[in-house]
Design a protein around this ligand. Structure first.
Ligand SMILES: [Zn+2]
Length: 476
């Protein structure tokens, strides 16, 4: 036990948001069990139960490696290198890269993790997950082929963009394996969503509700509110047809020097020059805007590979929706904290479809959890489609509600991402009456007029602001 260790409140939880840049890294401290059950690692009275949710920063962040080394070193000082529960919300670099830089990895190497929780979609023993992973692997493989063909056809820029995604995706898998490595992770869990909360012997003051990712694939594929899951299901089928078309090129790409990026057998192909001279092709596939020319969009040539760029984006967005979303309920006060990862619309909608089972008396429904929510980690860095107004934010009825947004606005601007989305930020400020803590901004100096003097003083007393993190204490 050192002075620098993070101490839990007597009753409740302390939530620390690191300020490393655009990315998530949250360290939570709960009071630990004073009389631990036999099987759990013994904890002395008054010791703290530590939980880490994600630890990463976006690629391209200035001084990312040094930033994450400082974060890792702070976590080590704060926990003595023993974290009881690590949650990896989803497989994105801005949530995992802290485990990948040389300096920070060197520090995390000697940590012990009591348990590691990862979304069920990463469970290699789960049938549904395996099916999903197979689709994902096919997409990655098709993207590899696409990048190669694009390069061969002179489209270096698109090829480079796809290769970057592939490179990052590989790194993220290595970072995830580092966290799950049995050398440091005592147990691994891939929990499915349920209103039957998980409890841990050495954290008696908290119950953990796994809300997402949904097992309903329509919802799993739904990214925004303007279109329903059916449309995403259809889009997914179309994408897989495209993926199969690209994969079918592979043998040819390997064995033939010519015609590498053509989708058909050379014996079936007609050169562009020949097609231009043929009335049927002119009338049906058009080569310009002069009269008698048909619709040009019918032609595919090498253009069809461009659709794979969209697929690459869709693949990346989909990962957000595989977020392990959690509601943490403090058993004594009933207060709730929500950590949705980067869950998008379908994931959030699925929470309210979770049903209480008959034998779950005393457990809470989603509406009850929303009603008692006093802390909300804003999803996906404050993007427009990761917090629902009516079906989420407006249901949070507690007068105590506060929110944290892990966003760096300079980086978001560079990426041309509208984060935090202005309407959402307004809604959050209204709902929390000004108690919104933003990673890259100082706390407001003056009392928001909607808060009473006492509420403002209480809030300020519960927040610690340093250069490296914000800490917020929820008593209860
Ligand atoms: Zn993220």
């Amino acid at each position: 036990m050192t002075d620098r260790m993070m101490k839990a409140p007597e009753s409740g939880v302390k939530v620390r948001m690191y300020r490393q840049g655009l990315g998530d890294c949250f360290l939570l401290a709960f009071p630990a069990n004073k009389a631990p059950a036999k099987k759990t690692p013994a904890k002395k009275a008054g010791e703290t139960f530590y939980m880490l949710i994600d630890c990463g920063v976006l690629m391209g962040t200035p001084d990312a490696a040094e930033q994450m080394k400082a974060v890792a070193s702070s976590i080590k000082d704060s926990t003595c290198g023993k974290i009881d529960l690590v949650v990896i919300s989803h497989e994105h670099y801005d949530h995992l890269s802290g485990f990948g830089f040389e300096g920070s990895q060197q520090i995390f190497k000697d940590f012990t993790f009591g348990q590691v929780w990862v979304p069920w979609v990463a469970d290699k023993t789960d049938g549904q997950a395996l099916k999903l992973r197979k689709d994902m692997e096919m997409q990655l493989h098709a993207l590899e082929i696409t990048a190669r063909l694009m390069k061969a056809s002179g489209n270096e820029k698109s090829a480079a963009a796809i290769n970057e995604l592939l490179g990052v995706s590989k790194k993220v898998q290595e970072q995830l394996q580092f966290v799950l490595d049995k050398k440091r992770a005592r147990a691994q869990l891939y929990p499915k969503p349920s209103l039957k909360p998980l409890t841990l012997d050495n954290a008696p003051g908290a119950r953990f509700y796994v809300l997402g990712p949904p097992t309903d694939e329509k919802l799993l594929h739904q990214m925004d509110a303007s279109r329903d899951g059916e449309i995403y299901e259809l889009a997914r089928k179309k994408r897989m047809a495209l993926v199969n078309a690209v994969l079918s090129l592979e043998d040819k790409a390997k064995t033939e020097e010519t015609g590498k990026f053509l989708p058909f057998d050379p014996g079936l192909e007609i050169s562009e020059a020949n097609a231009k001279g043929d009335e049927f092709f002119r009338a049906n596939y058009g080569f310009g805007s002069s009269p008698g020319q048909g619709a040009e969009w019918r032609r595919i040539d090498a253009d069809w590979l461009m659709a794979m760029e969209e697929l690459a984006l869709a693949y990346d967005h989909f990962l957000n929706n595989t977020s392990l979303a959690l509601a943490i309920e403090l058993t004594k006060s009933g207060k709730v904290l929500i950590f949705p990862g980067d869950a998008q619309v379908g994931n959030i909608l699925s929470w309210s479809q979770l049903k209480k089972e008959e034998d779950e008396d005393g457990h809470s429904s989603m509406d009850e959890l929303f009603k008692r929510t006093v802390f909300y980690k804003v999803g996906h860095h404050g993007s427009h489609n990761a917090t629902l107004k009516e079906k989420e934010l407006e249901k949070m009825a507690s007068k105590e509600l506060a929110a944290m947004i892990p966003v760096n606005q300079e980086m978001a601007r560079k990426k041309k991402w509208n984060m935090p989305f202005p309407h959402l930020l307004d809604a959050l400020k209204e709902k929390t009456r000004g108690r919104v803590i933003i990673l890259d901004q100082d706390l407001p100096k003056n009392r928001p007029q909607e808060l009473s003097q006492k509420e403002w003083t209480d809030f300020k007393n519960n927040v610690t602001e340093t250069e490296h993190y914000f800490e917020y204490t929820v008593n209860g």
